[in-house]
Design a protein around this ligand. Structure first.
Ligand SMILES: Cc1cc2nc3c(=O)[nH]c(=O)nc-3n(C[C@H](O)[C@H](O)[C@H](O)COP(=O)(O)O)c2cc1C
Length: 335
């Protein structure tokens, strides 16, 4: 090949550099299994993270699970004193989390290993984390957004499929994962509906660098939620999972308990009206979010008739409450 063509090809695509897609989550973080115990609002805690790290995976906690900066700092210290492996935090980076910039400052100050961004632009997080070598993984639900965050410098994508618990995406990760793998250069971590080793294998075969798993770990011994919540995960099945906009303003997967049936899954007429009017939209989002969070908090930890329990269709594979380590071992069997 003429010299000119060789150098042009190299300059255009950096062909000589190893393709980052080849990096699995295990290689990226230096862990045994490419499994991330997903960040879950109200659920994730330091005990779950410590057990996940000791079991050969990794884990993340939503920064929102801590009310104060000192509590967040204390959580990082506690994990670091108990386990020696990388872990991260999740930042909701839109107006529903007015504290995200302070939380980011704490996390960059403590140089956590990675940050997962969700529900907003990761631009500022990436800018502040890059110089510190803190990795930034971004939740995405479609290719257009994935391309945007890749261009901003994200280290990996978390493909949130329609099977996911929490704020699920519109497309199954059986379609989303291969699409992102084909069109993006950075690693893709699959999230949603992963509850058995064959699901992990399927996602890796589709090109995923690893998996992010939430729902099945809510029923772990280490999870701090009430026994009523854990028993509901055993009792209800995927046919009982519905999407509600009442709690956060966006589609959220909840168990269709009698209380959820009673209050309905859609916002009121006034909420719909305000959503259509730009001036009120952000204000409304904050109100719905704050009100919904209070309801979820009460339901997660106390005996109450207001049973709003967040979970995804993966509850089909929850049959008992077990130590996190046992759930992780089962998920990674054969790896
Ligand atoms: C109870 C619950 C709370 C969640 N809270 C958050 C959150 O605060 N931030 C976030 O980015 N994702 C959140 N998620 C989504 C998870 O991080 C992850 O994407 C999802 O659980 C994967 O799907 P799975 O539940 O089928 O494993 C939550 C999921 C659940 C089930």
């Amino acid at each position: 090949m003429p010299q000119l063509l060789i150098s042009t090809a190299k300059a255009m695509t950096n062909l000589t550099e190893p393709h980052p897609m080849k990096l699995s989550l295990s290689n990226m973080l230096g862990i045994s299994y490419p499994v991330l115990v997903a960040p879950m609002f109200l659920v994730s805690n330091t005990s779950m993270v410590i057990e996940a790290l000791k079991s050969g995976g990794t884990a993340a906690i939503p920064a929102l699970n801590y009310r104060t900066e000192s509590a967040l700092r204390e959580a990082v210290a506690q994990i670091r004193s108990a386990a020696n492996a990388p872990f991260g935090f999740n930042l909701i980076v839109n107006k529903s989390n007015p504290k995200w910039k302070q939380q980011l400052s704490v996390l960059t100050d403590l140089k956590v290993d990675f940050i997962i961004t969700s529900l907003g632009s990761p631009e500022e997080v990436i800018k502040r984390c890059k110089p510190l070598s803190i990795k930034v993984f971004c939740d995405v639900v479609n290719l257009a957004y994935a391309k945007k965050v890749e261009a901003l410098g994200a280290d990996a994508l978390i493909a949130v499929g329609s099977e996911a618990g929490g704020h699920c995406g519109p497309v199954s990760n059986r379609i989303l994962v291969p699409e992102l793998v084909e069109h993006c250069r950075i690693p893709v971590i699959a999230a949603g509906g992963i509850s058995r080793p064959e699901h992990v294998r399927e996602m890796l075969d589709l090109g995923a660098a690893g998996v992010s798993v939430g729902t099945i770990f809510i029923a772990s011994v280490e999870s701090p939620v009430s026994d009523d919540y854990k028993q509901a995960l055993i009792k209800y099945k995927s046919k009982d999972i519905v999407l509600s906009t009442r709690l956060s303003g966006s589609h959220l997967t909840v168990i269709n308990t009698p209380y959820v049936q009673q209050i309905g899954t859609k916002g009121s007429f006034l909420e719909h009206w305000m959503k259509r009017h730009k001036r009120f939209r952000n204000f409304l989002r904050m109100i719905i979010f704050a009100r919904g969070m209070k309801k979820m908090e009460k339901a997660a930890f106390k005996a109450t008739y207001q049973t709003v329990w967040v979970a995804g269709p993966a509850i089909d594979d929850i049959h008992s409450v077990r130590p996190l380590r046992a759930i992780m071992q089962e998920l990674t069997a054969g790896f």
